[in-house]
Design a protein. Structure first.
Ligand code: ADP
Ligand code: MG
Length: 358
């Protein structure tokens, strides 16, 4: 990354100069925000009948992102999506954001603005207001922490604990693409490749760099009472599914041949002698929604997919707890699902390694 040490660096502009610039860069007027950036705390107005949702994520250079193959705008975008996706998984509407960061003083203000542009891009057409944050210096690496505030009509939030035996298990979009995309980006950076990416590689790397938070689907699932439980896929299906099973005290059966795989992922797996199903099960960072709904709601769920244009696939069923978590292959062979998603603080030995989620 190019940094600047003279005019235009964080060291020259200073913390308050930077905050003024960032505030001007993100001038969202929101009826919810009575006081945004500029005081000791922001003030939000709440409507009756609504509940607050709060979620925070941390992103550390060298752990969650690598500027060898990502721009700061990319980093901001992914950080924003990770944060928004948590609100999507609860079925809520994002309202406002706090961004805290620790930055090396030689970093240019232009780069920090690009980081904020990425976060703002991730918010898309949702009127998310930037209401505050914190700015500090860091000796070397960039640290970023995003806190999102959302709302949901009272008692409508989707949790991990609502799954019931007999529910259908669904997932939005396709699985494993983002992980394959990360692998491609890493490999190109390591080999200092300058060759253009193939069309397949472009698709997969975009899925890593520009994931889509499924806010619309989450909101419909929650407000219309369609889903019983939901979680966003940040660690990978086999890991995230454990959370639903533990919180809901249930077991789960997944049908391997039902897993939604993009043609691009299949081609990537074929070319690299990898198993596309294991990429789909363990690859993190897809930010798709995994949810359960009563069998009677099946047509409603399919209608939702048609209406939103987002694929929704029926991939399994909720079972009693003693069933455990199993993956069934077309030939009838079943195996226990193991949570092989990325774990912080656990030594990694395999490659390509799943990405850490926040
Ligand atoms: P305090 O000393 O009370 O923590 P600060 O000087 O850190 O106040 O922050 C002043 C204002 O600027 C506050 O409203 C804070 O939320 C906001 N702010 C600080 N850093 C950032 C940032 N990186 N992004 C957005 N807002 C920020
Ligand atoms: Mg502060």
């Amino acid at each position: 990354m190019k940094t600047v040490s003279g005019r235009g660096s964080l060291g020259t502009v200073g913390e308050f100069g930077l905050i003024r610039q960032l505030k001007r860069q993100w001038p969202t007027a929101s009826p919810w925000v009575l006081k945004g950036i500029g005081d000791d705390a922001a003030i939000l107005k709440m409507s009756p009948g609504q509940q607050l949702l709060l979620s925070t994520d941390t992103f550390i250079e060298g752990v969650h992102f690598d500027l060898a193959f990502q721009t700061l705008r990319d980093v901001g975008f992914r950080a924003g999506v990770a944060n928004l996706s948590d609100i999507a998984a609860m079925g809520g509407r994002p309202l406002s954001l706090l961004v805290s960061m620790a930055l090396p003083v030689h970093i240019s203000v232009q780069h920090i603005r690009a980081l904020y542009r990425g976060i703002r891009d991730a918010c898309g057409s949702n009127a998310v207001a930037l209401i505050g944050g914190d700015t500090s210096s860091s000796p070397r690496d960039i640290f970023l922490s995003l806190t999102i505030i959302g709302t949901i009509p009272s008692h409508r939030a989707l949790t991990r604990s609502g799954a019931a035996v007999g529910d259908h298990l669904y997932v939005t979009g396709t699985l494993g693409d983002a992980h394959a995309g990360l692998h491609i980006l890493r490999t190109h950076a390591r080999r200092h490749r300058t060759a253009r990416l193939s069309v397949i590689e472009q698709f997969l790397t975009q899925r890593h760099l520009r994931p889509i938070p499924r806010l619309d689907i989450g909101q419909i699932l929650a407000t219309r009472g369609i889903a019983h439980a939901a979680i966003d896929l940040s660690d990978g299906l086999s890991g995230d599914i454990q959370h639903i099973c533990e919180s809901s005290q249930v077991g789960i059966e997944i049908w391997a041949n039902a897993l939604p795989l993009s043609p691009q992922l299949r081609a990537f797996a074929h070319n690299n002698h990898l198993d596309p199903f294991s990429l789909a099960l363990t690859g993190g960072d897809d930010y798709e929604l995994l949810f359960t709904a009563q069998a009677q709601c099946h047509d409603t769920v399919l209608g939702l997919a048609r209406r939103t244009g987002v694929p929704i696939t029926w991939i399994g069923e909720v079972k009693p707890k003693k069933f455990g978590q199993r993956l069934t292959h077309p030939q009838g062979r079943t195996r226990k699902l193991s949570p092989k998603s990325y774990r912080h603080f656990v030594t990694r030995t395999t490659s390509p390694s799943p990405t850490p989620s926040s």
